[in-house]
Design a protein around this ligand. Structure first.
Ligand code: SF4
Length: 382
């Protein structure tokens, strides 16, 4: 009897890739993203995008790769990964059908590398081009930029996409060598980010934002290294976001024996990164331990406040907006509410802050002055 082997259709192929893109963050709320993707159980992730929450198809041109990054399920020779490849026009057609059926409203497109970065990037570009031209798709597209992509391809990708990722993976040359020996941090990755920033500066019609990703904790990388490079890149390239992906060992890879990185470390890195990006903190302000890492048991703002503000409290009636935003539990909204309220009347007790929408104002007691004096702290009775 002859066995007929049926070739999977495009949607089946895309679904087969679903789980494999689970650890690749793509939206604006990366910590929740993994949870949602897992619960949707396939290739569609409910992502926070710059234009709101959307069901985004996370997929790849191919799960085959000629490189050998030690942490990656797609690495050459990893025989536990099913290799699936789609052609640009079949992927674009399938996406269009899913979009017409209102199953998806956004695409995150990545790929393993086959025949070099230039050939692979061409396929990514072709897919986006077909969607934009043939299917007149105007929605959200996030494209990965392959190592080795040339300048014109980078430019074209940025014309087509709302967001591009150039993943650095590690914060120094030595760390990258231990993680992905065929990648070159300066010549292949950092240079792409600099080129992308230059393209954005020169061409105001380019709306694509830039993001990057680090794999955290597999090869001794410290929070200080990761956040120093992040800070530099925020300042020099206008990065919209840095993703910190806690290392998760994959069976059958050279790093399978390593311990996974704690999600709490990932969380503290995101908190610190936002302080650098949105709160005008410098890397030197962050409360690193001697080993170059942050405490994971306490948020970085509170750890800093404990070190600094207990001796030099912030006067709530005199502090400027950025100083107010240094306080644990006070963000932009809270700082603005304090500035507005104190123009109308003096803030004399912490209970007033609760009426401004600041949660747990008693926790601010060790760090502030009210009316030139430290507020009374509530005693905790046991
Ligand atoms: S180049 Fe990308 S897909 Fe290929 S092994 Fe490295 S991380 Fe994985």
């Amino acid at each position: 009897m002859t066995t007929i082997i049926r070739t999977p259709n495009t949607v089946e192929k895309i679904t087969q890739m679903g789980d494999l893109t689970l650890y690749e963050p793509a939206g604006d709320a990366p910590l929740q993203e993994r949870y949602h993707a897992r619960h949707l159980g396939d290739c569609i992730a409910n992502l926070q995008t710059p234009t709101g929450k959307k069901p985004v198809l996370k997929t790849m041109i191919t799960t085959a790769c000629e490189r050998n990054c030690y942490y990656c399920p797609f690495r050459a020779g990893h025989n536990k990964t099913k290799r699936v490849t789609v052609k640009p026009d079949e992927l674009a057609r399938a996406f269009d059908q899913m979009q017409q059926a209102k199953q998806v409203d956004g695409l995150f497109l990545s790929s393993g590398i086959i025949k070099g970065g230039v050939t692979t990037q061409d396929k990514i570009i072709d897919t986006a081009e077909i969607l934009r031209k043939r299917y007149a798709y105007r929605g959200y597209i996030h494209l990965k930029i392959m190592p080795g992509t040339d300048h014109d391809q980078l430019y074209r990708s940025m014309q087509l996409a709302d967001r591009i990722s150039i993943n650095l993976e590690a914060p120094t040359r030595e760390r990258l060598e231990a993680l992905a020996p065929k990648k070159d941090l300066s010549a292949e990755l950092l240079i792409q980010l600099q080129r992308a920033a230059e393209i954005k500066r020169r061409d105001p019609t380019i709306r694509a934002s830039l993001v990057t990703q680090f794999v955290v904790g597999a090869v001794g990388d410290t929070d200080l290294e990761l956040l120093s490079l992040s800070s530099q890149l925020y300042a020099q390239t206008g990065l919209a976001r840095v993703y910190y992906s806690a290392f998760h060992p994959i069976v059958g890879t050279p790093l399978e024996h390593l311990t996974p990185t704690s999600p709490q470390r990932e969380h503290r890195l995101y908190q610190s990164s936002f302080l650098l990006r949105d709160y005008a903190w410098e890397v030197e302000d962050l409360p690193f331990l001697q080993n170059g890492n942050l405490r994971t048991d306490i948020d970085p703002k509170r750890a800093w406040a404990d070190q600094v503000l207990r001796d030099q409290p912030i006067d709530l009636m005199r502090a400027d907006r950025l100083q107010l935003m240094r306080l644990p539990g006070i963000g932009r909204k809270g700082a603005d509410a304090i500035l507005k309220a104190r123009r109308e009347r003096a803030i004399r007790d912490l209970a007033q802050l609760a009426r401004l929408g600041i949660r747990t104002p008693q926790q601010l007691a060790p760090y502030v002055l009210l009316d030139g004096r430290r507020p009374l702290q509530q005693l905790t009775l046991f």
